[in-house]
Design a protein around this ligand. Structure first.
Ligand SMILES: Cc1cc2nc3c(=O)[nH]c(=O)nc-3n(C[C@H](O)[C@H](O)[C@H](O)COP(=O)(O)O)c2cc1C
Length: 180
């Protein structure tokens, strides 16, 4: 399986970093310019630190890179975390960066696209954008961890969201205790 994992300039970088750890398969990584800055701000990591967990890393400004083309096969794209700015551009059909172009390709080719927005409160514009994408078949998976599984640490909260992403992709995991 080949995945595109994109990190944008949104709080919640730990989710993206952890997904790169746990997701099995070939991973192509794209980080937006703001994503690189927020990554350093929140995790003290740089793009160099993420290299071991991705087969390829592409610049968000590189619209010549393979993920920009519908002929480049990937099984799913996950934007985690996904800023409301990136989400809005995708909802509007704007494809002027590699992340928004690959998302646009995913939608037009009928491939799985998961976006993990983190914002609160949500404005009517944001809600409308999310609804528009959900109606197109995009999975909106808000970064809102649950507490019913007894989390004891920040890692437990992060793992809950990463586990929910893996559930969507059909990958087995033991990142959180299931309700039974
Ligand atoms: C430290 C920091 C945290 C941010 N957190 C969020 C956030 O949680 N959600 C969001 O939608 N935007 C957030 N932003 C704003 C985005 O970075 C901004 O809208 C930017 O244009 C996103 O660009 P990108 O989507 O190309 O990465 C944050 C900005 C900074 C500096």
């Amino acid at each position: 399986m080949r995945y595109i994992v994109a990190l944008t300039g949104c709080s919640g970088m730990n989710y993206g970093v952890r997904l790169l750890d746990e997701l099995e398969g070939e991973k192509e990584l794209i980080i937006s310019e703001m994503g690189k800055k927020v990554l350093e701000e929140e995790t003290y990591l740089t793009i160099e630190d993420l290299k071991p967990n991705a087969e390829d890393i592409f610049e968000d400004g590189d619209l010549f890179a393979p993920p920009a083309s519908g002929s480049h096969h990937f099984d799913a794209m996950i934007i985690v975390p996904c800023s409301q700015s990136t989400l809005a551009r995708i909802a509007a059909g704007i494809a002027d960066t590699l992340i928004t172009r690959a998302a646009s390709v995913a939608i037009k080719e009928g491939r799985k696209l998961i976006v993990v927005p983190r914002e609160t409160p949500l404005s009517p514009i944001m809600l409308e954008n999310e609804l528009k994408l959900a109606r197109l078949g995009v999975t909106i998976l808000p970064a809102s961890p649950a507490f019913y599984h007894g989390p004891r640490s920040m890692d437990d909260l992060v793992d809950f969201i990463v586990g929910k992403i893996l559930d969507q992709l059909g990958q087995d995991h033991e990142l959180f205790k299931r309700w039974d």
